[in-house]
Design a protein around this ligand. Structure first.
Ligand SMILES: [Zn+2]
Length: 269
């Protein structure tokens, strides 16, 4: 009994000082010195194909990624326990707002519902929505440090750009990394080879490559499952060159400079 209590205490104390994320951070905080390139794999919109085809593939290879979930998604609502497990496995649940408001007037945006048209929202409405999304995600995963991906990368509401108003809530925003440090690709129907060519063709100053997926083997903006898995295999084989981790852990290792986030010059939208 005493031994069990002692063991529990040790685990508790260890847990106080070293969460899984912190251990990963400690292991990888020298990645720049080691000459590695950080790879942030991210998956937007809380899609069924991600639960079925991405999470198992990542876990089999011990790779960590960021999932920018939309709480409005049926797959988020119906599988909350599964998303909680994903967070416990070391993946990041990122903020992607509550309702995924985008500019409905842009080409190809027929799917944007009138009630979710960003051009009808105010800055304050977006701040409220994103604040509640953070609270909800905290209730799911217990995390207080988080990153954000703007839905559709859009930023303009009816009375201004909302990103500056949410700055204090995040350590980094996807698409807002400095362009002399980072690049972003959002594959749609690309092969693993095409994505790998994109990775290896980057100049030496690029130390962070964001690969932003949506559907994998289903849903929308699809990447084929076999191609996605082949990319993961390539990253595992080349662990000496690439540090694959959550966007949160990567940006904890190298926090954005004050002029980097969010700045309209480096944050297209
Ligand atoms: Zn999205």
């Amino acid at each position: 009994m005493l031994a069990a209590h002692y063991r529990t205490t040790i685990l508790f104390i260890t847990g106080l000082f070293f969460t899984a994320n912190q251990l990963a951070f400690a292991e990888q905080s020298n990645w720049l010195k080691e000459g590695k390139v950080a790879i942030s794999l991210s998956y937007d919109d809380a899609l069924l194909s991600q639960l079925e085809n991405v999470v198992p593939a990542l876990n089999e290879r011990d790779l960590k990624a960021s999932f920018y979930v939309v709480p409005l998604s049926v797959e988020f609502k119906n599988r909350l326990a599964q998303w909680r497990t994903i967070a416990k496995q070391g993946h990041e649940l990122g903020n992607h707002s509550l309702f995924h408001a985008c500019q409905g007037s842009r080409p190809g945006r027929e799917w944007v519902l009138p009630e979710n048209d960003l051009s009808t929202r105010t800055v304050n409405a977006m701040v409220n929505e994103i604040t509640v999304a953070n609270t909800l995600l905290n209730a799911v995963d217990g995390e207080t440090v988080r990153t954000f991906t703007p839905p559709c990368f859009d930023q303009q509401t009816q009375n201004g750009n909302y990103l500056l108003a949410i700055k204090s809530q995040f350590i980094a925003v996807k698409s807002c990394d400095a362009s002399n440090f980072s690049v972003l690709i959002a594959p749609e129907n690309l092969t693993a080879k095409q994505i790998i060519v994109f990775i290896i063709s980057q100049p030496k100053n690029i130390k962070l490559i964001n690969i932003l997926f949506h559907g994998v083997g289903g849903d929308h903006l699809i990447t084929a499952t076999a191609e996605h898995n082949a990319l993961l295999d390539y990253l595992v084989i080349h662990r000496d060159k690439y540090w694959v981790d959550t966007y949160r852990n990567i940006r904890l290792a190298v926090p954005p400079r004050p002029d980097e986030f969010p700045n309209s010059d480096v944050c297209p939208g």
